[in-house]
Ligand binder design. Structure first.
Ligand code: SF4
Length: 324
């Protein structure tokens, strides 16, 4: 059963399939960006073009100089910090209404965490890795939403977490436009099984916010809920917690199943525990039973389809696993 999905608004590094704007005049292909084209509204930006550095251009690098990060263009022996900073601030000015971002890894402008930083501009030595000039602003303003670099999204678990987070934030944004308590109650209820797998404690705090015993204005309640939502979705769910949730979901239909049917699904959950099948295999089995028995509560749960099925992709580079 297909659920309607709102279209997320996602900021993306322009070189990831939108224009040949890299320093060497190339553009790159990102599988996840290509897959998302039919499902999200991308806002593509290139901070280095915005800074007037042109294409092609001599590469730039981040250097720590007098305790400050400077952007140095060695071939031109010039500092372009101000131009890039100004461009980055301009491009990041309207990001609060976005649901996420996919940025280019390792770029001195766009990287979120792995741009090379050198010690000084003269005979520079590699010092450490850190965020690029634009990446820093995106983390500051949008870091609680679905923000990742394209390379980490080649890891299956990180990609699944990114997509769950992206669509959860998009659903929240669509109801937050006109804050109504009934919409928030419904949002909270429909995300119950999913959020229980993410963070039970925070989910219960959200429950208290939604109960609104202080009778606060809806706008204030939405604001409080948004803060907690960021905490719920901060880290990927643990598979142990997801397995408990899957058993919980199965509990809603298990009385109507024959023992053979029940054991078939239990086996699938255990196969998921052993990493032999994907989460979607199990949720699809449970969803099939929910459809069979017309189980409205389960069919309304986001857990069964947290993002469009067409975005399910089992490919896995294994990269970024250590960062989970
Ligand atoms: S990494 Fe960022 S600054 Fe560099 S070409 Fe891509 S979009 Fe432009």
């Amino acid at each position: 059963m297909e659920h309607p999905f709102p279209r997320p608004k996602v900021l993306v590094s322009r070189c990831l399939g939108f224009a040949a704007c890299r320093y060497d005049g190339q553009q790159l292909h990102s599988r996840i960006v290509a897959q998302l084209l039919n499902h999200v509204d991308f806002i593509d930006v290139c901070p280095e073009i915005e800074a007037g550095l042109g294409v092609p251009r001599p590469p730039i690098r981040l250097c720590l100089q007098d305790n400050k990060i400077e952007v140095w263009q060695p071939a031109e022996s010039r500092c372009v910090t101000n131009a890039l900073q100004k461009a980055a601030v301009f491009l990041a000015q309207d990001i609060t209404n976005l649901d996420g971002a996919i940025l280019k890894t390792k770029s001195p402008s766009c990287a979120l965490q792995d741009a090379k930083i050198y010690n000084g501009t003269d005979k520079p030595q590699f010092l450490q890795r850190g965020s690029g000039i634009f990446g820093t602003l995106i983390l500051e303003g949008l870091g609680h939403k679905a923000v990742e670099d394209e390379q980490r999204l080649t890891n299956r678990s990180l990609r699944e977490h990114f997509l769950i987070k992206l669509f959860a934030w998009t659903r929240f944004r669509t109801i937050a436009v006109t804050p109504r308590m009934a919409d928030l109650v419904d949002y909270h209820a429909r995300h119950k099984l999913l959020f229980l797998a993410y963070n039970q404690k925070r989910f219960r705090l959200c429950g208290k916010i939604v109960a609104n015993h202080e009778r606060l204005p809806a706008k204030e309640v939405f604001h409080q809920y948004e803060q907690e939502l960021g905490q719920i979705l901060l880290k990927p769910f643990l598979s142990k917690a997801m397995i408990n949730t899957l058993y919980h979901a199965l509990g809603w239909v298990s009385e109507d199943l024959s023992s053979r049917e029940k054991h078939f699904i239990i086996n699938a959950i255990e196969e998921y525990r052993d990493e032999r099948v994907s989460l979607q295999v199990v949720t699809r089995l449970i969803e099939a039973q929910a459809i069979r028995f017309n189980h409205e509560y389960l069919l309304g749960q986001v857990l069964l389809q947290p993002f469009p099925a067409q975005l399910s992709d089992l490919s896995d580079s294994g990269r970024g696993r250590e960062l989970l």
